[in-house]
Design a protein around this ligand. Sequence first.
Ligand SMILES: [Zn+2]
Length: 228
Amino acid sequence: MKRWIFDFFNLLYPQLCAGCESPLSTGENLVCTTCHAHLPLTNFHETSDEKMRELFFARIDVLHVTSLLYYEKIGTVQHMMHELKYRGREEISTYLGSWLAADLKNHSGFQEVDLVIPVPVHSKRLQKRGYNQVSGFGKELAVVLGARFRESVLIKTRNTINQAKLNQTKRSDETQSPYELAQNIPEGSHVLLVDDVVTTGTTLVLCARELLKIPGVKISIATMAISV
Ligand SMILES: [Zn+2]
């Protein structure tokens, strides 16, 4: 599109920043320069991923774990997640995926990934939203890591899950999983499981356990954000 046409349409229907809702200027993509500069990057893959490790290492066998951003209940990242999940702004998923992918390009551990699999959304939710909010993120990572993106390996069989209740009982991880393996993957595959925000880690643990039923499967995890 020619620049003047873009400017004209932008004047009539300004694109808003996914982080703060201010109108975007020419050259800004999805988030404004200020939000982009202030997004709270974890840099886990470069420094330490202790917080992620604490969530998973005692519960499942995982190789590499990382998260792009810190998530707070109020703030830019929360706003972006809300826009992504409830306002149809699917492009946020791709945006965050390409950002993390650029960071992981030279990480030898993540380079060994064979398959990228997103945490599934229940079919009713998928119908309503029109997309799995993690798919764009996963696809970007798959391209850069030279892996295959497989969206339908896992399915969610129950629409709602009472996370608080789940966490009350230790055995709940095993007994109440709403996730099931719907397709086979090659034995020994190294899978990168991807999700939006990790809080208790239970969702990812349950998904990983399904995949670990296949002999020799190795699991790594990457999320858009981690709750602080
Ligand atoms: Zn902004």
